[in-house]
Write a new protein. Structure first.
Lengths: 250, 424
């Protein structure tokens, strides 16, 4: 297979020559055995032993020293070969939660989306959410499966990109032994996140968001200290600052 | 630079929109429903000196019912016991009213009525139904008296179902469980609470024991359960032998051979009473929270009804008749059969038939010839029954306590014909 790698025209020369981000519509990345990385374009696939590269210019690369090759389309390249995609579909999976002494939120979510521009991405997702809350001093629990729409707006174009994102969904209640008798409800989750560039297609996110879940529920405490049952009927916004860790691929 | 400025503008607008949305307090509402208990204080000595016998009066809030060959006793919740001459079941005639303040539960054994009255346990000589008299009083059998700051004695609570709107941040749980509620907690745990069944049979002189009792007698020993305590008394001489915490939310007690079956709101607790003065925990069967009378019918089998829907007493969402298999081996209780029901209350065995009161939903009769394989043979929706008991000496007579009162039926040609009704 290595014989198929021929010449590369370096659009940005080698790794060390890249000092700032730049838009690359198409690029080949050559990961060499010695750890170096070339970014450019393969000019010639027919030469067996030497590769003609262009650095303005053209250089030769020994195909037997190539560890791995990757072809990228529509990316923003950064130092050390790290990049962000600017277009294309993506899968984003994130999980996390938050809480304090009176309430807690945890969730795991997946999004299938599309990058419409270098700034704007959007998609559809589904999330498994679990909430604990204190209502009038009573500990209550709610669980949902939430289909949602997702949007992300990048605020910077740096190697570590800052973005504003939000999801808007309609949470479908899930019942379990521990949860109250509760209804479906609207879910809103605006957040601020950072998206780390990487040298491969898998990239990491850290995000801080506010999560609001509307829930109507009925909860019966069978009695404590012999006082008899207490019934709560409530409609509340369950709000929480949450922190999530995400992985995005493709 | 332009890109970031626009983005920040969008971000700011979004945050404002979310903040405005979430701050709509009108979207939030919290309602709480609970039974509010208001303390009743009284003069304990005056209560104890209340004359026992009084003129007959009408029944307004029936409680426990006990039947002998000739006499019918009907409890008046928190006030005493109505005594009827029932020698003619078609025409029960009131004899007198026994005033027993704060009484809810009683049981009759060998011409003696055992009844609770606030903190005390009473043994009443009933050998002459025209003139019963207190034989023995065990003061403070359920615990020392509780008093308020003015030295008044707490003698009970009035209960009222309350629904009100509160703030989500109100810490009502701590308010209800702490603060000034220690007295309520202490009182309600130790003293016998109201029954979850409006009217039910305590038993009969024929040896029948009601399945919804909090007081029962067997082999010269009396057992009582409050919400958390099991007490054991020797009937002659009438003395208290022990009083111990054995659990929470205790509801019923039923002695059967060498075992004591205690129904709680989420379990059936079985105690060994080979030594009747010292019940020993043997095993448990756990179930969903509900009201659950227990009726053991043999060494191998017991029946329990699980009822929910009555908010104050029986919250939850299960209604069923459960067949439990009992093993002679310690700790082995298993569910054999679960039969969905509508609103099961008390139950009783007559010959090989199991009668289960379904309250407003009628009376169900099961063939229990194979005691671990019940089969519904009749559902009479016309007989509204909380509890059922056979007449102690007339085999074809059936007593039914229901929403409208106590009805005595005579079985004729497979039909139950009402003989008399005492309304309450």
């Amino acid at each position: 297979m290595r014989k198929n790698y021929l010449a590369i025209l370096l659009a940005s020369l080698c790794l060390n020559s890249i000092h700032a981000q730049r838009h690359v519509k198409e690029a080949d990345l050559l990961y060499m055995d010695d750890g170096s990385l070339y970014v450019g374009t393969i000019l010639n696939r027919s030469v067996e032993k030497n590769f003609l590269l262009n650095t303005g210019d053209t250089i030769n690369v020994d195909p037997f020293e190539i560890h791995k090759r990757r072809r990228l389309v529509n990316v923003t390249m950064h130092r050390r070969g790290k990049f962000h995609f600017r277009r294309g579909q993506f899968v984003y999976i994130y999980s996390g939660g938050g809480g304090d002494g009176t309430s807690g939120t945890s969730m795991i979510a997946g999004v299938l989306g599309n990058r419409f521009s270098k700034r704007l991405s959007a998609g559809l997702g589904v999330s498994l959410d679990y909430y604990t809350e204190t209502v009038a001093g009573f500990w209550v629990e709610h669980a949902f499966t939430t289909p949602f729409g997702y949007g992300r707006l990048y605020l910077t174009d740096t190697k570590t990109r800052l973005y504003f994102d939000a999801r808007l969904g309609y949470a479908l209640q899930r019942s379990s032994f521990f949860t109250e008798d509760h209804s479906n409800g609207v879910n809103i989750q605006p957040g601020l996140g950072i998206h780390f560039a990487s040298r491969n297609k898998v990239k990491f996110h850290l995000n801080m968001a506010g999560n609001w879940q509307y829930v109507t529920a009925n909860s019966v405490d069978p009695g404590f200290f012999g006082s008899g049952p207490v019934e709560l009927d409530y409609s509340i916004w369950q709000s929480q600052v949450i922190f999530t860790f995400g992985i995005e691929a493709w | 630079m332009m890109l970031i400025t626009k983005s920040r503008l969008l971000l700011t607008i979004s945050i404002f929109l979310v903040a405005a949305f979430v701050s709509c307090d009108g979207l939030e509402e919290v309602k709480i429903t609970y039974t509010e208990a208001n303390a009743i204080y009284g003069d304990l000595e005056a209560i104890r000196n209340t004359p026992l016998n009084a003129a007959p009066r009408s029944i307004s809030n029936a409680g426990k019912i006990f039947m002998t060959d000739q006499i019918l006793l009907i409890g008046e919740e928190s006030e005493g016991i109505h005594v009827y001459d029932n020698s003619d079941p078609s025409l029960p005639t009131p004899i007198l009213f026994m005033q027993i303040p704060r009484n809810r539960e009683f049981f009759i054994s060998e011409d003696f009525i055992y009844a609770e009255s606030v903190y005390d346990m009473l043994k009443i000589d009933f050998s002459d139904p025209q003139n019963p008299r207190i034989n023995t009083r065990i003061p403070f059998a359920f615990g020392e008296e509780l008093t308020n700051g003015q030295g008044e004695t707490l003698i009970g609570f009035n209960y009222e179902l309350v629904t009100r709107e509160i703030d989500k941040e109100d810490d009502l749980f701590n308010y209800l469980s702490l603060n000034d509620n220690f007295a309520y907690y202490d009182f309600s745990q130790r003293l016998i609470p109201p029954s979850a069944v409006p009217a039910s049979f305590s038993g009969s002189s024929g040896g029948q024991i009601g399945s919804i009792n909090k007081i029962a007698v067997q082999d010269g020993h009396l057992y009582t359960v409050s919400r958390s305590q099991l007490s054991v008394y020797q009937t002659a001489p009438f003395t208290q032998l022990m009083r111990e915490n054995v659990g929470s939310n205790l509801e019923t007690v039923y002695p059967f051979n060498n075992r004591l079956f205690i129904g709680t709101n989420n379990s059936v607790e079985i105690f060994n009473v080979e030594d009747p003065a010292q019940p020993q925990y043997e095993s448990s069967y756990w179930h969903a929270t509900s009201c659950d009378p227990v009726l053991p019918v043999s060494e191998e089998t017991a029946y329990a009804t699980l009822r929910t829907g009555d908010f104050a007493a029986c919250p939850g969402d299960i209604n069923a008749l459960i067949v439990l298999g009992l093993s002679h081996q310690r700790g082995d209780v298993r569910e054999i059969q679960e039969i969905p029901m509508e609103s099961p209350y008390g139950l009783t065995m007559i010959d090989n038939l199991l009668y289960v009161g379904e309250g407003e939903n009628g009376l169900k009769i099961f063939d229990a010839a194979s005691e671990q394989n019940l089969r519904l043979i009749k559902h009479d929706k016309n007989i509204k029954a909380y509890d059922v008991l056979p007449h102690p000496s007339r085999a074809n007579y059936l007593l039914v306590a229901g929403p409208t009162g106590l009805v005595q039926y005579k079985l004729s040609d497979d039909q139950y014909l009402p003989l008399s009704t005492i309304s309450f």
